[in-house]
Structure formats: C-alpha cells, structure tokens
Design a protein around this ligand. Structure first.
Ligand code: ADP
Ligand code: MG
Length: 707
C-alpha cells in the first residue's frame, strides 16, 4: 500500500461495502480510508484494569468490574418502575439499577452467570449502585484486563441502523489499521519537529488516537494531532498573508499632505493616546508602500478608533483618493456622519451619506456625485457595498464594528477599487475576540491593537440587581439625573419571529410607561427608540438625547453599537439574562465615556440559569473586553461568537480553540519562522511539509478572497 491507498474508496474496506459506504458518505462525509482514519473517538472507556467492588466504592469515575449477577427484581409501576439486581465479587456487593429497557434487560441477562460491568458507582439511600451499567457476559475477549482504552465513536440513528454503532466503527477502524500496518503513513511535519516538540510521529499518533495503550500515549497522540491541525491552518493563513504582502499591488499613498497636517494641527480635539499614534504609524507605513493593506484594528469600546479611521481617510484624500466608512447600523452611520462632518468642517472636504433610508432623487444625486469624485468621503451602512454604488477612485475602505459584516460582504469591497487595484481595507472591531479566534478568523490580516484608553476615564462600576431593588434603582437614577447626567434603559430584542418581536416591544412599552410615571414631565424628558420606528423618528429621538434635551433613553439594542454620548453615565439593562456577553460588554461601553464615574446596572429575575449567572458575574468582575471574550468563548464555544458562524475556518476535527490557545500560539510561531526562513519550502528538511501542503492544496482554494 502507498499513501494513495488512503484514497481508496471506503466501500472497499472489509465489512463496509456499498450500503454502509453510502451512509458514511452522507452522514459523515467519509469517502476514503483516510477519512475514516481521521474520524476520531470522542471519549474512551478505561478497560485497562478491573476494580474490586470494595475499591470501586471510592471511585469518582467509570470503573470496570467482573462478578456474578444476582436475582433480577422488578419494583414499582409506570414511571416509577425499575429493575434492580445485585452484583457481587469476593470483596463485596453492589446494586445495578435500570429505569429503561427493563423488558429487554430481563430477557437478556442470566442470574448466576459471570459478567463484566462498566459504569460509575453512586451512593443512593446509603447503598452503592450503578445506574444503567454497560454489561457483557464474560468472554475470552474481556476475561482479562485488556491492554487498551476502548474508543467510543460519535454515531447516530442512521449509522447505527447499518451496524455502525460505536463498536462497529471500532471494528472497521481496527481492520483498517491492521491493513495499514505494513505501509508507512507518511509523516507530514518536518522530522526535526518531532524531537524538538517531543511529539509522536503521525503514524504512531493515528494508532494511539484510536487504540491507546494508556492515557499517556493518548494524551501525546491528541496533542500531536491538535498541533498538526492548527499548524497547517496557520501555515496556510500566513502564506496567504505573505503572498498578499509581497505580490498584491495596492494604491500608493505617498504623501502625508495638507489635509492630514491641517487637521492634526488645527482641528484635533485632544492629544492622541500613545496607542492611537502607534496604530496610525503602522497604517501609514502600510499604505505608503504600494502594497495592499489588509489590517484588523482591535480596540476595546471607547478606545478611540473613530479618530484613527478619520485620519487614515485623510491620508487617502491627500493622495487624491476617495474613502469609505461603513457601519453596521443606521444610527451608528448617522452618528459617524454627523461627528466627522463637524470635525473636518472648514477643510473643504465633501462627505456623503448613504443607507437604505436614502431614497429616490436624493440617492440618485448622491451616487452621481460619488462617481464623479465630487464626494471625498462616503459614510453609510452596508447599502454601500451594493453593485450600483460606484466610486471614481476608491483608495481605502474602513469597516467599523466588523463582526456584523459577513465574509462575503467584505470581499465585495475589493471590487470597488480603480484600475483593478483593490482599495486598502481597515477592519475595526470593538467586540474584542479571543486571541485564538482572531488568529484563526483573521490569521491572514495584519493586526493593530489600541490597548490604551484615553486619559481620565474611570472604569465603569457594574452592579447586579433584581426586581425587588427596582425602587432603589429608580432612586439612584434620580440622583444621577440631578447631577446633570443621562441614563440609558435597554430592553432585549429578539428578531427571530414577529411574535417574539411584538412581545419584546410590549415589554419595552410597559417599561417606558413605568418609567414615565416614575419620572414625570415636565421635570423629566424621556426618549424612546426601537426597531419598529421610522429612521427619521429614531434619529429625532436620538438627537434629543445627544443634545441633552432628554435625560432618559429607553431603547432596544439598536443603541448597542458605537453610540457616543459622553454625558450618559448610567446604563440600566433589563432582562440581562437574555443578553450575550459580548452584547453586554458593548452596551456597557456606551457609558464611561466622559470624565465622571459611570455605572452599569444589570437587572435580572431572581432565578437564573447557571450560564446566565456566570455571564452576569463575569460582567461584574471585569471590564476587560478580552477577558470577557474568552469567557464568552468558554461558555458558548467558538462557533457561536457573533459573526463567526458563516466561517468554515472553525470546523476543527480535534483542536478546540477555547482550550488550545497555547498549542495554537506555538503552531503559529513555528509556521511563521519557517515561512521567514524558507518561504518556498525548498530546503530538504521541509520536504514533508511541501508534499503535504500540495496534497491539501485544494482544501484551501479560494481563501485568499475572504478577507
Ligand atoms: P470606539 O473605539 O469605541 O469607536 P470612539 O472612537 O467612539 O471609541 O471614542 C470614544 C470617545 O473617546 C469619543 O468621545 C472620542 O472623542 C474620545 N476620544 C478618542 N480618542 C481620545 C483621546 N486621545 N483623548 C481623549 N478623548 C478621546
Ligand atoms: Mg466606534
């Protein structure tokens, strides 16, 4: 057999045949010997030793015991019906209990015969028992302690119907591995890795992942395969990044000209933080070189990304290019439009605005001006990526709060450059994503981080309150308003169905009414904003709040992203348990933007799920967006972080981003070092790598366009 034999169709494996092959194809995407080999167990049963019943009493895990089955007794009826049996060895006695499948168990088991059982002992009513043990008659196969941990494979109804339950997989994989004994499963990592990283060979690891002799071997196999998976992904991402940097042409912004300088000297409303200066330098260096910039700008909420975006756009303008800034919501786009227009007033810069709500003549006129180059900066929502939006000479596209934009949407922007040269792309994200996730999702982007907040900010104090504290919360709001501050009160909004939306809307309205009673006119003015309002009305209400004409803003999560009202110092979140962590962090980021102490009050019902409680506790414990992002990933898994769902990059066979940060870090570092040292893998020591990358090439086709 050669490596090609791993490409042999799975139906030709002994015991599989066309019918099983079909269900393997359909259910699991297993087509070849190689695919089956890469189908890993999700847990193992420890059959390396038998426990005596006496010792099993202390066990906090599953144990294997050999003994004699006693009489089977059925008690109770209906839902309380259960079957019990005693099970004894020389050291003692344990009770076995079944609540389900009683008839079947009764039929199958022979009192007085010798069995091997497997399960976790628990103590119930002072008696030691095992509920629903695995039980098998003693046979030659299991009479002795077996040499290995037994693999348990994930399976399902359709597979099981064809005999592919866990045991079925075990059998087939054993046959396959025996077949492969005589061939070399080629190593795909450079040999020197094995020694340096102290990891087993690929062949060894693939045996041990299925049939480990002991837990040490198993751990080593798992680590090796995780490393391998993460290494090849990182290697490929870094290759794409290098190719872009070295070969993809970008617009050249050679000049830092009059607009940038005039803005810097005359208009800049504050001193830039060190982090903002550093990031601007990184960007300037990129765009001056005629190479394409594809950069991710990470910075926690309130760290001042907008000014960096503006100054970057000014560089484009200084070099006679247009710039576009896209935001995920109408409100945020509007706000950018207003604040940037104000900031650059007097510089002779024309800024246009486009969103779904700009229609008819106005839209036509805007589009025409844009195409003629009369507009220098364009601000808007995703309406801007539509095909009929044409620029005269777009030099840079900036995407704010990136996580709301899909991968495909980003790719569309590339086509809007002039003369076939794509615009530079700066992606700004305020929802910090865990480092491991960033390395994977944006592994081909260059990353800049604003890791410093503007001076004078006081960390927001976060408190958890339940309904019986409501009056005190109102009292606190009143105090703060007296001091001249403003308050947000935010309600959840799920947009899954019309019905739920209506229900949420009703909650919001009821809340609004209660607050209106508690804070009556004319002493208090209240704004309300929700998704069912017309954009013009939303904007009107928003503006009243921004100008300080209203003291309280009752809203749904439409205000979640980016809204900037530095005088607002209290954020009250209703039904906190219904929000995700990153959403809560975003919401909290709306306060703490001025110099005064701000507060975030998390209202929830008294009863909480464990996860809901963990989320609230996390919010109360830390203001650090990265810690929150990590906690979020641990709670929900990487696939559920906002905006990542559509990405196939997170479908790992064995690696787990939430746990394998260290391995990932190592993998990326090593990949990067190799690419620096031997970018085309010409050195003999990298021959394995080169061969494997070529075989795998197809898997990665088309990736270069995704960022
Ligand atoms: P985000 O990174 O969340 O988009 P913004 O760009 O909205 O943050 O900035 C938040 C607030 O901080 C704004 O009011 C902005 O004017 C202010 N700001 C930004 N940079 C500085 C700075 N260097 N010094 C003082 N205030 C700043
Ligand atoms: Mg922002």
């Amino acid at each position: 057999m050669s490596e090609n034999s791993l490409d042999t169709k799975i139906e030709f494996l002994k015991g599989i045949g066309p019918q099983r092959a079909e269900v393997l194809n359909k259910e699991l995407g297993i087509f070849t010997f190689g695919d089956l080999l890469m189908y890993f167990p999700f847990r193992y049963v420890d059959k390396t030793q038998f426990y005596s019943i006496k010792d099993a009493k202390q066990a906090e895990f599953n144990v294997q015991i050999k003994g004699i089955l006693g009489r089977l007794t059925t008690t109770g009826a209906g839902r309380k019906k259960r079957l019990t049996a005693t099970f004894r060895d020389q050291s003692g006695l344990i009770e076995l209990v079944w609540f389900k499948g009683i008839t079947w168990v009764n039929k199958k088991l022979q009192p007085g015969a010798e069995y091997v059982i497997y399960g976790k002992p628990t103590r119930f009513n002072g008696k030691l028992n095992i509920v629903h043990p695995e039980i098998e008659p003693v046979t030659l196969a299991n009479a002795e302690e077996s040499a290995s941990l037994e693999p348990v494979y994930p399976t399902g109804g359709k597979l099981e119907a064809k005999g592919l339950d866990s045991k079925g997989f075990m059998k087939s994989i054993r046959i396959l591995l025996n077949k492969l004994k005589t061939v070399t499963i080629p190593e795909n990592l450079p040999e020197y890795f094995l020694e340096r990283l102290n990891i087993p060979s690929r062949k060894r690891a693939l045996y041990d992942i299925h049939f480990p002799k002991n837990s040490t071997d198993l751990k080593r196999a798992i680590n090796r395969l995780k490393f391998e998976e993460l290494f090849f992904l990182q290697f490929r991402l870094l290759q794409i990044r290098n190719n872009r940097k070295h070969t993809l042409k970008g617009q050249t912004f050679a000049e830092i000209g009059p607009l940038f300088n005039q803005f810097f000297n005359e208009k800049l409303p504050f001193e830039l933080t060190g982090a903002q200066k550093r990031v601007l330098k990184e960007i300037r260096k990129d765009v001056a070189q005629g190479k394409h910039m594809n950069r991710l700008l990470q910075g926690d909420v309130g760290s001042g990304k907008t000014i960096v975006a503006l100054m970057t756009m000014l560089i484009a303008l200084d070099n006679d290019f247009q710039a576009v800034l896209m935001a995920p919501t109408e409100i945020l786009a509007q706000q950018h439009y207003q604040s940037l227009t104000e900031m650059v007033s007097g510089l002779g810069i024309q800024i246009g605005f486009l969103s779904g709500s700009v229609k008819g003549k106005k839209r036509k006129a805007t589009l025409a001006l844009l195409e003629e180059g009369e507009l220098h900066i364009m601000i808007g929502t995703h309406a801007l990526i539509e095909d009929w939006v044409k620029f005269k000479n777009l030099g840079i596209a900036i995407i704010d709060e990136q996580h709301r934009f899909g991968v495909a949407q980003r790719a569309k922007l590339w086509k809007k450059g002039s003369n076939g040269v794509p615009p530079h792309v700066l992606v700004m994200t305020a929802t910090p994503i865990p480092r491991t996730l960033a390395m994977t999702l944006y592994g081909d982007l260059d990353v800049s981080v604003i890791d410093e907040l503007p001076p004078g900010r006081k960390p927001v104090q976060t408190l958890h309150k339940t309904e019986n504290n409501r009056m005190r919360v109102f009292g606190f709001m009143r105090e703060q308003i007296k001091l001249g501050h403003q308050v947000y009160v935010v309600y959840p909004l799920i947009e899954e169905s019309e019905y739920e939306q209506l229900e949420d809307l009703n909650n919001l309205m009821a809340g609004h009414e209660a607050i209106s009673k508690e804070f009556p006119m004319p002493d208090y003015q209240i704004s309300i904003v929700h998704g069912r309002m017309k954009p013009a009305d939303k904007d009107f209400e928003m503006q009243r709040f921004v100008k300080g004409e209203t003291q309280i803003m009752v809203a749904t999560t439409v205000i979640e992203v980016g809204v900037n009202v530095p005088n607002a110092s209290i954020m009250v979140i209703e039904n906190t348990e219904r929000f995700g962590l990153s959403q809560l962090h975003q919401l909290r980021g709306r306060v703490g933007r001025g110099a005064d102490q701000s507060y975030c009050i998390l209202m929830s019902s008294f009863k909480l799920t464990k996860e809901g409680r963990t989320r609230i506790e996390t919010m109360c414990q830390t203001n650090n967006g990265f810690e929150i992002a990590d906690a979020d990933m641990k709670l929900r898994g990487p696939g559920n972080i906002d905006g990542t769902q559509q990405s196939g990059l997170l479908q790992f066979k064995i690696a787990e981003l939430a746990k394998d940060g260290k391995i990932l870090q190592t993998a990326r570092e090593i990949a990067s070092r190799i690419l620096d040292d031997d970018p085309n893998l010409e050195k003999p020591i990298h021959k394995n790598l080169k061969t494997y990358m070529q075989i795998q090439g197809n898997r990665f086709r088309g990736w270069s366009m995704i960022s």
